[in-house]
Design a protein. Structure first.
Length: 339
C-alpha cells in the first residue's frame, strides 16, 4: 500500500509539473507608470487570465524590460511578447500608421480615433510592415487631440508660435514647424525635465500625459481647443509568441481586445470630466484659441503635411493615397453613425 501511495504521489507530482509547464506567461513592456494610457493593457491581462483560468498570464512592466523607443526592437528579437510604442518614436519603422498622426484630420473623439486606427491596422500594408519586426498589431491606444501646456505668457496667435520650443513628435512636430515653432521629439518620460530645464517652452500631450508625466505642474496655461492632432501608439505582440498560443489562449486574447478598449474609453471619459477641476486646483489658465487662428494654423499645416506624407509613402512603394483615403472614409462613416 505504501508503495502504491508513493507511486500515486509521484504521478500527481509529475502531473502538477506538466500542468505548470503548460501554463503560458507573457512579459509586456510599457513605460512610465500605470495611467489612462495603459488601462487597456492592464485590462486585457486581467481578461485573458480570467478566461483561461489563470493558465495564460501577462506581467506588465513599466520600464523594466526596455526603453520606450526600443520596445519595437525588443518585440522583433523576442525579448518580450507584448509591447506598446508610439509611432513618432521611430517613424521609419512604422511608416503606415503615421497616417494617423497627420495634423487636423478632423477626429473629434476617442471612438472615432479607435475606428480609424482599427481600419488602418487592418490594412495589408500595415500588417506587412509590422511583420518585418516580427510584430502583429493588436490594438490601439486612443488618445484625445493634443494640446499645449506652457509657461510665461500664453501662446494665442501664430505669431506667438514662432520660435516656440515645443515637445511634439511625428506629424504634430511638423505641424508646429510649419508655423515657425521649433519641435523636439524627446520621449514622454523626458518631457518634464526638458520643460524644467528650459529645453522646451511648451509640451504637447493628451490630458492623461500632462498629469502622469508632471508637465501640468510646470505649466501656467493650457490650450483648451487648439486640437492640431494626436499621436498613434499601437500595442503589438510578437508573431512567434502569438502563433505558439493554443487555440483557446489565442481566442481569449483576440476576444478581449474590444472589451479592453471599451474599458479604456470609459476610464478616459472619467478623466476628461475631471480635467477642468485639475486645472483649477493647479492654478493653470485655460486658454481658448480664436477659431480664426486655428483655421489659419490648419491652412498652413494640414494640406502640406498630407501631400508630403502621401508623396513620401508612394515614393517608398507604400499606398499613401489609399491609406489617407481610408482614414477619411472611415472617419466619415464613424461620424455618420453617431460616433
Amino acid at each position: 500500500m505504501t508503495k502504491y501511495l508513493s507511486g500515486a504521489a509521484v504521478c500527481a507530482l509529475s502531473f502538477a509539473f506538466v500542468t505548470e509547464a503548460a501554463a503560458t506567461e507573457w512579459n509586456v513592456s510599457v513605460w512610465g507608470k500605470r495611467r489612462a494610457f495603459t488601462e487597456h493593457v492592464e485590462k486585457i491581462a486581467e481578461l485573458v487570465s480570467e478566461k483561461t483560468g489563470g493558465e495564460f498570464t501577462m506581467n506588465v512592466s513599466y520600464g523594466g524590460l526596455s526603453k520606450n523607443r526600443e520596445n519595437l526592437d525588443g518585440i522583433s528579437i523576442g525579448a518580450f511578447e507584448m509591447a506598446q510604442f508610439c509611432a513618432g518614436y521611430h517613424a521609419d519603422k512604422n511608416r503606415v500608421v503615421t497616417v494617423l498622426e497627420l495634423p487636423f484630420l478632423g477626429v473629434e473623439n476617442l471612438e472615432q480615433e479607435r475606428a480609424v486606427s482599427k481600419a488602418v491596422y487592418a490594412h495589408p500594408a500595415a500588417a506587412e510592415e509590422m511583420a518585418q519586426w516580427n510584430a502583429k498589431l493588436l490594438m490601439t491606444s486612443p488618445m484625445p487631440q493634443y494640446n499645449l501646456v506652457g509657461t510665461g505668457a500664453p501662446r494665442k496667435t501664430l505669431e506667438d508660435f514662432k520660435g516656440m520650443r515645443v515637445r511634439a513628435t511625428g506629424g504634430l512636430g511638423k505641424a508646429f514647424e510649419a508655423v515657425g515653432a521649433v519641435p523636439t521629439s524627446v520621449t514622454a518620460t523626458e518631457a518634464y525635465q526638458a520643460m524644467e530645464s528650459g529645453v522646451v517652452d511648451t509640451v504637447a500631450f493628451a490630458q492623461h500625459a500632462h498629469l502622469s508625466f508632471g508637465t501640468i505642474n510646470q505649466a501656467t496655461w493650457w490650450t483648451a481647443n487648439l486640437n492640431p492632432g494626436t499621436v498613434n501608439c499601437p500595442v503589438v505582440v510578437n508573431i512567434d509568441a502569438y502563433e505558439a498560443l493554443s487555440d483557446a489562449e489565442r481566442e481569449a486574447l483576440d476576444s478581449s481586445v474590444d472589451e479592453a478598449l471599451d474599458h479604456y474609453l470609459a476610464n478616459y471619459a472619467e478623466l476628461l470630466k475631471k480635467w477642468d477641476s485639475v486645472l483649477a486646483e493647479k492654478g493653470v489658465e485655460k486658454v481658448e484659441i480664436d477659431p480664426a487662428v486655428i483655421e489659419e494654423f490648419k491652412a498652413l499645416a494640414a494640406a502640406p503635411a498630407r501631400d508630403a506624407w502621401i508623396a513620401d509613402m508612394e515614393a517608398q512603394g507604400l499606398p499613401g493615397q489609399e491609406l489617407y483615403d481610408l482614414v477619411v472614409s472611415t472617419l466619415a462613416d464613424a461620424k455618420a453613425g453617431g460616433s
